[in-house]
Design a protein around this ligand. Structure first.
Ligand code: NAP
Length: 366
């Protein structure tokens, strides 16, 4: 019986992974061992069957006994533990939501509805590390994978509208605290201009909670995500190019660039895309390619009622659907296509590719 370890199962990504695995009845026919960095001997998640007490996530002997390790613990953990396991000659499979090993030559970034062939080839050639991609990149590829599949993309600009959850649980809570502080000012007797003045003062005041974001997000936005790079990009922007091309396994890299912006959505990332096509193609054919690429992408007609009903974080949050709408040719020329897409960054952006690669690896080993 396979021995599979879960590390980081109670974090934000880990708990969404557990939820999805329970929903899909994934826990069967293998021994599941849960780990912790903070509560050794404690109780694991309720997965509908008994599991042993929580094991020490730094215990290399137990980790080395696993056939598959699934971690959502973060890249510091991966960078500490993975090399130690490898030094011991561990031959198991490492499945990871963090970016720690993403760009290593002997790892594959997993998004199986888009790159199943790359994954299958990796399994065949003995690759042992399967890593979840950056949320924004995965959601963009889920949305317009059909255009890549048909080799139509010359380059892409992605302007993002990214949710608080991408920055972590504390940031989500801080966003709500900011909203609460603003909400407390509300007074229907005041004019809109007076209300705005009070809210702006509140946002600029010393008491406004900005410990985690470093700036107001509610009622505002933050056009900077992650660390600065010498290129002038942020690391989040750099990932668009690096990870898209690694996921697709391109031989001639496709340029992808844009500005990544944090907005006050809770857990759905949105992106406005400008796509330079390699050649002109009729809009209805392009839409058909986009719609047919996988079971989760959904084309939203380019009209106001459909857009308001289906193309927003409020409509998409908590679902696996990846809507893409506002699709039209641009005034820039017939080879320029624009589109807007939304996706739950904790599902397709994080937990779901991990859940699915675990099942693929199990199937490979069976
Ligand atoms: P997280 O919520 O901070 O959880 C990571 C670990 O923190 C948990 O496994 C838990 O470990 C510990 N922890 C401490 N206090 C906790 C508390 N009150 N509640 C829950 N856990 C607590 O991290 P995450 O956002 O899930 O991210 C995990 C990894 O996935 C990161 O590398 C991240 O970059 C990557 N990722 C995140 C996202 C995202 O949207 N957040 C998307 C894609 C990839 P113990 O149980 O051992 O204490």
């Amino acid at each position: 019986m396979l021995k599979i370890g879960f590390i980081g199962w109670r974090g934000m990504v880990g708990s969404v992974l557990m939820e999805r695995m329970i929903q899909e009845r994934d826990f069967h026919d293998y021994e599941a061992i849960f780990f912790t960095t903070s509560n050794i001997g404690g109780k694991g998640p309720d997965i509908g069957m008994s599991t042993p007490a929580l094991q020490d996530a730094y215990d290399l002997d137990i980790l080395a006994s696993l056939d598959i390790a699934v971690t959502c613990q973060g890249s510091d953990y991966t960078k500490k533990i993975y090399p130690e396991l490898k030094k011991r000659g561990w031959k198991g499979y490492w499945i990871d939501a963090s970016s720690g090993l993403r760009m290593e030559n002997d790892s594959i970034i997993v998004l199986d509805p888009v790159n199943r062939a790359v994954i299958d080839n990796g399994l065949k050639t003995g690759i042992k590390s399967y890593i979840g991609g950056n949320c924004t990149v995965s959601l963009m590829l889920m949305a317009i994978g059909g255009l890549f599949e048909n080799n139509l993309v010359e380059w892409i600009t992605s302007m993002t509208y990214q949710a608080a959850s991408g920055a972590g649980a504390n940031n989500m809570k801080e966003l709500v605290a900011q909203m609460t502080a603003i909400g407390a000012i509300n007074n229907p007797d005041l004019s809109a201009v007076e209300l705005d003045r009070l809210i702006t003062n509140e946002m600029r005041g010393k008491a406004f909670p900005i410990e985690f974001f470093g700036a107001p997000l509610a009622g505002s936005l933050i056009p900077w995500i992650d660390a600065a790079l010498e290129s002038g990009q942020t690391k989040e922007e750099w990932k668009g190019y690096a990870e898209t091309n690694k996921i697709l396994g391109t031989t001639t890299p496709i340029p992808v660039d844009g500005i990544c912006v944090r907005v006050s959505a809770m857990r759905c990332h949105s992106q406005g895309l400008t796509i330079k096509l390699k050649k002109d193609a009729p809009l209805d054919e392009l839409i058909e390619m986009i719609a047919g690429a996988n079971d989760w992408v959904k084309v939203v007609p380019n009209d106001k009622p459909s857009t308001l009903a289906g193309l927003s974080p409020a409509a998409v949050s908590g679902t696996l659907t990846v809507p893409v709408g506002r699709i039209r040719k641009m005034k820039l020329g017939p080879e320029f296509l624009t589109a807007f897409t939304v996706g739950d960054q904790l599902l397709w952006g994080a937990a779901e590719p991990i859940r699915r690669i675990l099942n693929i690896v199990i199937e490979h080993l069976s």
